[in-house]
Design a protein around this ligand. Structure first.
Ligand SMILES: C[S@@+](CC[C@H](N)C(=O)[O-])C[C@H]1O[C@@H](n2cnc3c(N)ncnc32)[C@H](O)[C@@H]1O
Length: 319
């Protein structure tokens, strides 16, 4: 038997030796995971003995991390917007820069409410929101938490990803307000003509079915973090990403930005007048994507940089 401090030190040394990025954090997270404890506990109890079984489990995870498996696949979780999400190899691991999508979406909705002369407290009452390419469900669920009155329609082309998203909606008690739909971009939403009212959709995942909607302009907000890496960039990706995250979640095409044209055209057809589009961008997507919004359909186009100064979020309003 050895203690917490010694075990952590050993694991950390193995990860450092293998040049694993953020090796200290990774070793800590794996030990916390094995012991079922939080960070404060391990630093408050450095001399606590660890059983041989727990030590063996910890070093097995250290070996897998050394071989390139992401820490989040080993612990099965990742935090996003202050919420803990289940992640598996079927979904993209939520990234901190995607939190800018939530920030921009909430800011834009607040401004829209003010302009409409409505109260500043944004509950999202009556709002219809689309999250296209939901993956783990992180964008849809963060928005559902922030906007308790909103209904959210989250699509993904991957049924395996939607199964994870569904579990995350349950985990965060928002499954009654998030409808999951397996489809290509917004293809699952049919224009039934202006005479009908209201969106109608059965709860939970709808495999290959279509959501019936009342007209072309149904959503108040469409947010998306689509796959945007170029296949030609694959060799430059970290092995944790290239070898372990889903291909369908990573690559948008040879260049990376190929999905945006269809996504923007479909969003134009499904947003209400004054509806908001918020898109996450790849590190070099802006020059290819921004001109797609340079049409009479869109106004108030703005770019938000991430903390690294990379143009990360493109937002616009439908005229
Ligand atoms: C970059 S991941 C984003 C996942 C999640 N929204 C996030 O921000 O972490 C892109 C997601 O889009 C899905 N996807 C890829 N192509 C799609 C398509 N044509 N239609 C709908 N979803 C698609 C992938 O399966 C993946 O879950």
């Amino acid at each position: 038997m050895s203690d917490v401090r010694y075990t952590l030190k050993q694991g950390l040394a193995q990860l450092r030796e293998a040049q694993v990025p953020s090796f200290t954090l990774a070793a800590e997270l794996l030990l916390l995971h094995v012991l079922g404890r939080d960070r404060a506990w391990i630093y408050a109890h450095p001399e606590q003995e660890i059983s041989d079984i727990d030590a063996a489990r910890f070093f097995a995870l250290i070996a897998r991390r050394t071989n390139g498996e992401p820490t989040q696949h080993l612990t099965g979780k990742q935090e996003f917007w202050g919420l803990e999400f289940e992640v598996t190899p079927d979904v993209l691991i939520p990234r901190p820069e995607t939190e800018h999508v939530i920030e921009v979406a909430l800011d834009r909705l607040a401004v829209r409410e003010l302009r409409a002369g409505r109260k500043q407290t944004l509950t999202g009452k009556g709002l219809q929101i689309g999250d296209i390419g939901t993956g783990s469900g992180c964008i849809a669920i963060a928005l559902a938490k922030e906007l308790p009155g909103a209904t959210i329609y989250a699509t993904d082309i991957s049924s395996a990803a939607l199964a994870v998203a569904q579990r995350n909606t349950t985990r965060h008690f928002v499954s009654d307000r998030i409808r999951l739909l397996e489809c290509n971009l917004l293809n699952g939403f049919i224009d039934r003509g202006p005479a009908n009212t209201g969106l109608s959709v059965a709860p939970n995942v709808e495999h290959g079915s279509r959501i019936k909607e009342h007209g072309s302009y149904s959503f108040d907000l469409i947010a998306s973090n689509p796959p945007y890496i170029g296949r030609r960039e694959a060799a430059t990706l970290m092995r944790e990403v290239r070898d372990h995250e889903p291909v369908i979640a990573l690559y948008g095409g040879e260049e990376g930005y190929e999905l945006y044209a269809d996504l923007i055209a479909q969003a134009a057809a499904h947003l209400k007048t004054t509806g908001i589009l918020v898109l996450e961008l790849g590190h070099n997507s802006l020059p290819a994507v921004q001109p797609l919004l340079d049409t009479p359909t869109w106004t108030n186009v703005a770019v938000t940089n991430d903390l690294a100064g990379i143009p990360r979020v493109l937002a616009a309003e439908r005229l």
